[in-house]
Structures are given as C-alpha cells and as structure tokens.
Write a protein that binds this ligand. Structure first.
Ligand code: PMP
Ligand code: GLU
Length: 394
C-alpha cells in the first residue's frame, strides 16, 4: 500500500509557487535572481488597511469568526459588488474564504461529481486544472492563441459543451494572458450558455481593478446569467494583500450555503484580523489604490516595449493583470549556449540558469508555446531582467 494517496500523487505542484521557491533557493545560494515568476504586487499593503488590522488586534478580535465571515465584512462585500459591479447579493449569498484559492476549492468540492466536465479556456490560471481534478472533475481545455488575444470564442465554447459539462471557469482580466473580456464578448458567451441552464460559470474577477482598458464587466450582470454564475474575488491583488489570505464569492444561495458547510469542516472562518482589515479596504473607494494600477500600466508599457525589441518574443497587449505571456515557440528546436530548447519549460529553465530571471512555463497554464513574465516588479528590475534575457537569447 502506498504511503500517499493517488489523489496527491496525481496532482501537479503549483508551477508558480514552485518557481518562486526555486528562485528563493538560488538566491539563498548567492545568485542574483530577478523573480518575475510570482503574481504578487511588490507594493506594501496600504497604511489605512494596516491600521485597521492593528485596531482589530487591540480590540481583541481573537476568536473564531462565523465560518462564512463576519456579517460586517459580508455587508462590505455586498456594497462593493453593488458599487463596482452592479451586482445585487444578499448576506446568505456571500462566503468569505482563505483566499480566492480556497473559494475556488470550495466550489469544486461542492459542485463536482466524478466525471463532471469543467470547461477551461486556455490559458487558464495554474491551479484551476488541479483543483478540478482533485475533486474528480475533468478539465476540458479550450485552446486559444494570440490571434484571438487568447480569448475563447462563442463557437469554441459551444463546441466544448457535452452532456457532462457542469461548469466553465475563467478569469478576466486573465492570469496569465492579461486579456480582458469586454461586456459584448461576455454577452456573446452568455448567449451560448443560456441554452444550457445546467451549466454554471465561475467568474474569477480577482484582477478587476488592475485594468488598463475600457473597464471591467461581470458576466453575472446579465439577468439571464445571474443565477448560474459564481463571482469569485479577493483582496490579494488590488490591495497588495496576498499574504493576508482573504477571498470571497457571491453566488446563488444554495451554492453559498454548501461552500459554508464544506469550509466549516475544512478550515472554519478565515483569519479574523485580516477579515477586519478587509472591511476597511472594501468600504474605501477603489481610487485609494489607483496609484498602484497607474504604476502597473507604466510597467506594462515598459516591458512590452523591451520585449518587442527581442526577436522571437511575440506578445499580445495585455489589458489587465500584471503579466505578459509571450509566445516563444520561435526558439523551439534551437540550441542556445549549448542547451537545446524543445518547449516552454526548457526555455523558462534556460532563462533561470543563463539570465538569472525567474519566469513560469506556459505549460502550467495550458499553453505550451508561451512563458509568463510578471511585471509586478520595479522598473529597474524589469529593465535589468529583459536586458539579461535579450543577451541570453541572442
Ligand atoms: N485566481 C487567480 C486568477 C489568481 O491569479 C490568483 C492568484 N493568487 C488566485 C485566484 C488566488 O488568489 P488568492 O491569493 O486570493 O488565493
Ligand atoms: N496567483 C499568483 C500567481 O499566479 C500567486 C501564486 C499562486 O497562488 O499560485 O502567480
């Protein structure tokens, strides 16, 4: 009998976290690694949020919170959904979790039976596929390319639907491509989905504020999608709070109640100090964090300009999030400084070893032709990293 379960043996390690760990390890050995692998703002959490957490400690918030979150936090989430997304939710429709990651794991845990299919437009965020598989679901990948700005068309969606389709998961702005679905594009997908009332959408909107284009749209805004959509969000990205671990959902009540039940057996309520701080974060206008988004936009333009200068890097123009996802298949089959590059994983490892720049292979996101580069780093780091990459591939 094997020590470890088939479940864990069949699971991949999170490639983003693995690359970050490898970069940390190499740095520990004295190597000057520039880490552009992890999707994590390099800003500090804003002071007004930190002060709310300090206040919560002094106010003796030290007990278990309700499993699905403090009522005041759920009220703040309801206000936020209305203010930013024009979505109306009530208290029993909200569940607060330990990061959007746990929110996603909850959804998979309460909705999937063995063999249920989940449509994942590629590229998708690294953990979707393994969270689905861990819960006996079957990921159905829909390939997209740079030609459609890495967005799934309604025809592709329709072709992927089978009698076993239970859900469709996507992020907009997308991690890793930075693509943003416009309201019209979401409507076109919704026009397909409304023909299949048993299919649910998981709309991961964690990058909603990190948007440089025409603005954010939520698929649940359409009346005919509202009852079939679970809107996932969190504070990690826009508020630079990755380590605080707060995410949340707005969902049909039955789904929210089931998530609450599952979470009650797995982890209980999320960290109570972090929850109190997030009340303050969400009750403030998003304009309080606009300075970070403005800076990300400057960096996006910087990194795109630098990458476009390197032969073999073919990027879309990301409209949101803080990643570029260049197609690097030009290098496949080529030998660089004695190393043959067969795929994106080889290329990403080559960049780590030769340029001392950590990126993530696109294979982890369901696109084997690309690599993901995070530009949540200082402008100096970005300039130095791309200079090193250019030298390593020329
Ligand atoms: N969804 C996407 C698209 C992400 O990039 C991340 C990154 N962490 C998550 C969910 C999970 O976020 P959290 O830190 O809230 O768990
Ligand atoms: N979401 C971030 C990323 O994609 C954080 C790492 C993770 O949770 O996987 O890099």
């Amino acid at each position: 009998m094997s020590l470890l379960s088939d479940r864990i043996l069949n699971m991949s390690t999170s490639a983003t976290l693995a690359m970050a760990a490898k970069a940390r390890e190499l740095r520990g050995e004295g190597k000057d690694i520039i880490g552009l692998s992890l999707g994590e703002p390099d800003f500090n959490t804003p002071d007004f949020i930190k002060e709310a957490a300090i206040q919560a400690i002094n106010d003796n918030y030290n007990s278990y919170s309700p499993v699905d979150g403090y009522a005041e936090l759920k009220e703040a989430i309801i206000t936020k959904f209305k203010r930013d997304n024009n979505l109306t939710y009530t208290l029993p429709q909200i569940v607060v979790s330990t990061g959007a990651k746990q929110a996603l794991a909850n959804i998979a845990g309460i909705m999937l039976n063995k063999g249920d299919e989940v449509i994942l437009p590629c590229p998708y965020w690294v953990s979707y596929s393994d969270i689905v598989k861990l819960n006996d679901g079957v990921p159905v990948e829909v390939k997209t390319s740079i030609d459609t700005d890495f967005k799934m068309t309604p025809e592709q969606l329709e072709a992927a639907i089978t009698p076993k389709t239970k859900m469709m998961w996507f992020s907009s702005p997308c991690n890793p491509s930075g693509s943003v679905y416009s309201k019209a594009e979401l409507r076109a997908l919704a026009d397909v989905l409304v023909k299949y009332p048993n299919i649910y959408v998981v709309s991961d909107e964690i990058y909603e504020h990190i948007n440089y284009g025409e603005g954010h749209a939520s698929i649940a805004e359409f009346d005919d999608m509202y009852n079939n959509t679970i809107t996932v969000n969190g504070v990690s990205k826009a508020f630079a709070m990755t380590g605080w671990r707060i995410g949340y959902i707005g969902a049909p009540e039955k789904i929210a109640r089931a998530c609450n039940k599952l979470q009650g057996q797995m982890t209980s309520g999320a960290n109570c100090i972090a929850q109190r701080a997030v009340i303050t974060a969400l009750n403030e206008s998003p304009s309080r964090v606009q300075f970070m988004i403005d800076e990300f936009k400057v960096r996006r333009d910087l990194i795109l300009g630098l990458l476009n200068d390197i032969e073999g890097f073919n990027s879309n123009t990301p409209e949101g999030a803080f990643y570029v996802f260049p197609d690097v298949s030009y290098f496949f089959g080529k030998t660089l400084r004695g190393t043959t590059i067969n795929n994106a994983t080889d290329f990403s490892l080559y960049l780590l070893e030769e340029a001392l720049v950590a990126t993530v292979t696109g294979e982890a996101f369901g696109n084997p032709n690309c690599i993901r580069i995070s530009y949540a780093a200082s402008q100096d780091q970005i300039i130095e990293a791309i200079k090193r990459i250019k030298e390593a591939v020329s």
